[in-house]
Write a protein that binds this ligand. Structure first.
Ligand code: SF4
Ligand code: SF4
Length: 181
């Protein structure tokens, strides 16, 4: 077995919850950027970043979509930070069966942040005038066998989607999206 290492750029968005004012500009631009064709519509329900709002306590928590998970997790934690209590799942980035966030409204297919592929900087970061979203890149060394090619990554994603939703729904959704294009 080889222990050769490869460099990988990890892209992340650091979130400063205290600065978020709940304007939802990040949701607007994300959904517009990912519309088919690009910028043809804007529907925050299709956004890969969602601002979770707790109206009674006036708390806004921006969360951007991470990996899709087939099963809901077993642990449900409550968080208290600076005297404010945050609901269970509030910080979770997964598209998961027990939450409505990060699902394509028509098909129910999971949505995942792609860091606005092709753009120099994520658009939600650029549109956040409150500086609550901060784009960061770091380089990490990973084992060569842990670096998936784009094709492997795509196949893995499609395989898990097909397991959960059935191949027909995936094909119907792709067909619908290409008609809109
Ligand atoms: S654009 Fe910034 S301030 Fe507005 S909701 Fe999104 S994260 Fe919060
Ligand atoms: S980085 Fe791009 S895809 Fe990800 S949440 Fe922000 S706007 Fe959406």
């Amino acid at each position: 077995m080889t222990d050769e290492k490869k460099k990988k750029i990890i892209k992340t968005i650091r979130i400063d919850v205290d600065k978020c004012n709940g304007c939802r500009a990040c949701e607007v631009i994300c959904s517009a950027f990912h519309a088919e064709p690009k910028y043809s519509s804007n529907n925050p329900a299709r956004s890969r970043i969602r601002v979770i709002h707790e109206p009674l306590r006036d708390i806004y928590i921006p969360v951007y979509a991470g990996e899709y998970t087939v099963a809901e997790c077993a642990g449900r934690d409550k968080y208290t930070i600076d005297g404010k209590e945050y609901d269970e799942c509030a910080f979770c980035r997964a598209s998961c069966p027990s939450r409505v966030e990060f699902k394509e409204p028509d098909s129910g297919l999971p949505l995942k942040c792609d860091m606005c592929e092709g753009e120099e900087e994520p658009l939600c970061v650029r549109w956040c005038l409150a500086d609550a979203l901060i784009y960061e890149e770091r380089e990490e060394e990973v084992a060569e066998e842990d670096v998936l090619t784009e094709q492997e990554d795509l196949e893995l994603g499609l395989e898990s989607l097909a397991k959960k939703y059935g191949l027909k729904q995936i094909i119907d959704t792709v067909a619908r999206m290409s008609k809109e294009d």
